[in-house]
Design a protein around this ligand. Structure first.
Ligand SMILES: C[C@H]([C@H](O)CC(=O)SCCNC(=O)CCNC(=O)[C@H](O)C(C)(C)COP(=O)(O)OP(=O)(O)OC[C@H]1O[C@@H](n2cnc3c(N)ncnc32)[C@H](O)[C@@H]1OP(=O)(O)O)[C@H]1CC[C@H]2[C@@H]3CCC4=CC(=O)CC[C@]4(C)[C@H]3CC[C@]12C
Length: 268
């Protein structure tokens, strides 16, 4: 993957831990946070950190300057053949930065303002809870430029929203605003413009106050059972659930309820 560091020497992605929350901010506002090699590399590191660091209990993905992400850098794509990176060894069957073929073990909350287009809506499909300012725009525009939604939308979008709506978006490349995106189930919350990040923090705080083992176990079962027949899931579901019930935190939760106090979870 090539690195194309910003001329302003600002990193293309910022990563900051706030308490138990890891906040990942795509940071190329002059290009509507279009994805770059550098941005993808920083996001890959952030995802590893989120998965490996026990102090991280929730992750927020957002964009700088009032924009989420405009997908691949189309201007950079005019400087070399669009398929050059594939020829030089980049295997697009896993695109970790875009959460294709790689998932977080901690909940990932998207806070969207402005456009989330093409790769921007594709990475959104790897997030768990999605919040947007009311004039945010979403769409999978690749076909408009005779490109392919390589971030996974041809597979994922029809699984996440109704088939006919997914095909409408994939084949026309049209954009929808936040209220319609909520109506079709692509996002879960619409807030006044400028308030998506605050709402994401509010939801992340609720998650971080919960038992981290329970939260991560729920995510694991949801992820592992995707696409399987439910009868094929119960054995693992029970195993994952029993490990949570055997934890110290599972003793602390009911004790805190009985003692009428907030639980103090340790993740053990
Ligand atoms: C293959 C995947 C993925 O599936 C492919 C894509 O994502 S295709 C991208 C398609 N994007 C779009 O269609 C969006 C285009 N933009 C717009 O429609 C509008 O700009 C907007 C709706 C977003 C905003 O409209 P506005 O009116 O608000 O603003 P506007 O005036 O238009 O723009 C303001 C300025 O911003 C510039 N701008 C906007 N969008 C882009 C853009 N996408 N690229 C560049 N610049 C943009 C605009 O020109 C204006 O600037 P001015 O100077 O003022 O004119 C691929 C997804 C990720 C890829 C990987 C990324 C990392 C990699 C790096 C490498 O080196 C190797 C390859 C790879 C791994 C790469 C591989 C493919 C992907 C996986």
């Amino acid at each position: 993957m090539t690195s194309d560091a910003s001329p302003e020497s600002q990193p293309h992605c910022l990563v900051e831990q706030v308490g138990h929350k890891l906040v990942v901010t795509m940071n190329r506002p002059e290009a509507r946070n279009a994805l770059s090699g550098e941005m993808m590399a920083i996001m890959e590191e952030a995802w590893d950190r989120a998965n490996d660091d026990d102090t991280v209990r929730a992750v927020i993905l957002t964009g700088a300057g009032g924009f989420f992400c405009a997908g691949m850098d189309l201007k950079a794509a005019t400087k070399r053949s669009p398929d050059e990176s594939f020829k030089s060894g980049f295997d697009p069957s896993v695109i970790k930065g875009l959460l294709k073929g790689f998932r977080l073990t901690k909940p990932l909350i998207a806070a969207v303002e402005g456009p989330a287009v093409a790769g921007g809506t594709e990475i959104l499909q790897g997030t768990d809870i999605r919040i947007a300012g009311e004039s945010a725009r979403f769409g999978v525009a690749e076909a408009k430029w005779s490109l392919y939604p390589m971030g996974g939308s041809a597979v994922r979008l029809p699984r996440q929203i109704p088939y006919t709506v997914a095909l409408d978006l994939l084949l026309t490349g049209r954009l929808v605003k936040a209220p319609e995106a909520k109506e079709i189930g692509l996002i879960g919350h619409v807030v006044p413009d400028g308030e998506a990040l605050a709402k994401a923090h509010e939801i992340a705080d609720l998650i971080c106050a919960n038992g981290p083992l329970a939260v991560q176990a729920i995510l694991k079962t949801v992820r592992d059972s995707e696409g399987k027949h439910e009868e094929d899931c119960w054995a693992d579901d029970a195993k994952v659930g029993m490990a949570v019930f055997a934890s110290n935190d599972a003793k602390e939760g009911p004790r805190a309820f009985s003692e009428k106090r907030a639980p103090q979870f340790t993740g053990t």
